[in-house]
Design a protein around this ligand. Structure first.
Ligand SMILES: NC(=O)c1ccc[n+]([C@@H]2O[C@H](COP(=O)([O-])OP(=O)(O)OC[C@H]3O[C@@H](n4cnc5c(N)ncnc54)[C@H](O)[C@@H]3O)[C@@H](O)[C@H]2O)c1
Length: 440
């Protein structure tokens, strides 16, 4: 099929590329000329494992192209996806101005002679946005244009987006119209995954409800971690014991510094705002947010307690990305923590396998911070190592080398990556989350 993706960011570029990979002809549109220029040169503006190769192969096969022209996209694609940002407003509700603008732009490019078009919202949007998109397209499109509107929320995870898109747990299609649904079913035919068909409102709600539930699991285990810490128990064992119950599952029960990234913080805020607008305030999610915010402060207090003050202390910071296998630093807890430590007078040498560039560009980190290419070089002469992102190479670090390079052998592990036995053997003083410290 011929499809178009409007918005070629994390979601648009990766999903467009995967649609091309399964045989569709895809036009990716973006109104950022720099981004399109980069893609036309054969370079990828983001780091996502496996994506660069797939883009190259599909461009070479003539199934994937890039343009800044929405008009070209609307002409090319019988199914047109919207994958633009839906950022939070100061009150937590969703800023839908990007979606409104794209809906208007699509409408203005539609012509009756192009034939039927399906407009699919892939961005994460509040329930009832589909109605608004339909209304806007109807209002701005010329007479005689035929179209359908569909909600198709995206569940990919940055860092394993290609695999998530090619082998999804489920595909959710929200449609109130059989013709549009027929196009979507054909589009997804090459994928081996359960397809759940719902009305548009339900599909839109599924995305916010799913992300809120995952955030709830994270805050739940973090609250349990704090209880473990106070009681001298080990949250890793507790999580294992809880997770062995099939009704609960082990995933998303990793105690740590809490959730960050471009999705969870904004989606939880959005769901709280949506629930309030609908007169059904979801207080539980406010508690999820509170626990999440406290988690970083609690960890910083733990570091303060050992270092006494940050002023004139040199911190080796492992991790800048909001999670492993990505260069994305949006709402990264590592970055927020770095900001606090710098603000209190620490000097930081940071290392991250992929996110140094994005941290420099978007991190707004002011103060005495420098970046090391090598994670071990960041340790030289530092008063403490702080681990903030769960990169696998940090988990398998050579702890003898860590101990040799640090000035004082203090390790604060915000992601519970290290094995306490190994840490003990390397004679490091170790402070994880929700498990007993290894001291002296
Ligand atoms: N990143 C994720 O992991 C993820 C996962 C699932 C869902 N989502 C949702 O998907 C949506 C997009 O997120 P993202 O992370 O891909 O954002 P992003 O910022 O990486 O990409 C959005 C792109 O849209 C482009 N754009 C904005 N206005 C445009 C316009 N009028 N015409 C053409 N292009 C335009 C921007 O230049 C940018 O490249 C959001 O609603 C987000 O919540 C994101």
């Amino acid at each position: 099929m011929k499809i178009t993706i409007i918005g070629s960011g994390y979601v648009g570029l990766t999903s467009g590329t995967c649609f091309a990979e399964v045989g569709h002809h895809v036009t990716c549109v973006d109104n950022n000329p720099e981004k399109i220029e980069t893609l036309l040169k054969g370079e990828i503006p983001i780091y996502e494992p496996g994506l660069a190769e797939l883009v190259q192969q599909n461009v070479a096969a003539g199934r994937l192209k890039f343009t800044t022209s929405t008009e070209e996209g609307v002409r090319d694609g019988e199914v047109i996806f919207i994958a633009v940002p839906t950022p939070p407003q100061p009150d937590g509700s969703v800023d839908l101005s990007f979606i409104e603008k794209v809906a208007r732009e699509i409408a203005q490019c539609l012509k009756p002679e192009l034939g039927y078009r399906v407009i699919v919202d892939k961005s994460t949007v509040p329930v009832k946005t589909g109605d608004k998109v339909k209304q806007t397209v109807r209002r701005y499109a010329p007479e005689g244009v035929e179209f359908g509107v569909v909600s198709n929320p995206e569940f990919l995870r940055e860092g394993c987006a290609v695999d998530d898109l090619l082998n999804p747990d489920r595909i959710v299609i929200g449609s109130n119209d059989d013709k549009a649904l027929g196009y979507m079913q054909k589009l997804y035919e090459p994928f081996v995954a359960p397809v759940l068909v719902t009305d548009i409102n339900s599909a839109e709600l599924i995305k916010h409800a799913a992300n809120s539930f995952l955030a709830l699991k994270i805050s739940y285990i973090n609250a349990v971690a704090n209880i473990c810490e106070a009681a001298g128990a080990d949250v890793e064992k507790v999580a294992e014991g809880i997770g062995m119950d099939k009704r609960i599952g082990r995933q998303f029960l990793n105690a740590g510094l809490g959730y960050g990234g471009s999705c969870f913080p904004k989606d939880i805020k959005a769901f709280i705002a949506i629930s309030e607008t609908l007169g059904q305030p979801f207080g539980l999610l406010k508690e999820v947010e509170r626990i999440n915010a406290d988690q970083m402060n609690h960890f910083l207090d733990k570091i303060r307690e050992k270092l006494w003050v940050f002023r004139e202390k040199k911190i080796a910071l492992w991790g800048l990305a909001f999670k492993q296998n990505t260069d994305d630093v949006r709402e990264s807890v590592a970055i927020k923590m770095a900001r606090v430590m710098l603000g209190e007078g620490a000097s930081i040498v940071a290392a991250d396998p992929q996110a140094v560039g994005t941290a420099k560009r978007f991190g707004n980190l002011e103060g005495d911070i420098s970046y090391a290419d090598d994670m071990y070089a960041a340790l030289d002469g530092a008063d403490a190592l702080v681990i903030a992102t769960e990169w696998p190479q940090f988990a398998t670090a050579d702890l003898e080398e860590v101990a040799k390079r640090l000035r004082t052998p203090l390790v604060f592990d915000g992601r519970n990556l290290l094995d306490p036995e190994d840490v003990k053997a390397a004679k490091l003083e170790y402070y994880p989350i929700g498990r007993p410290a290894v001291a002296g």
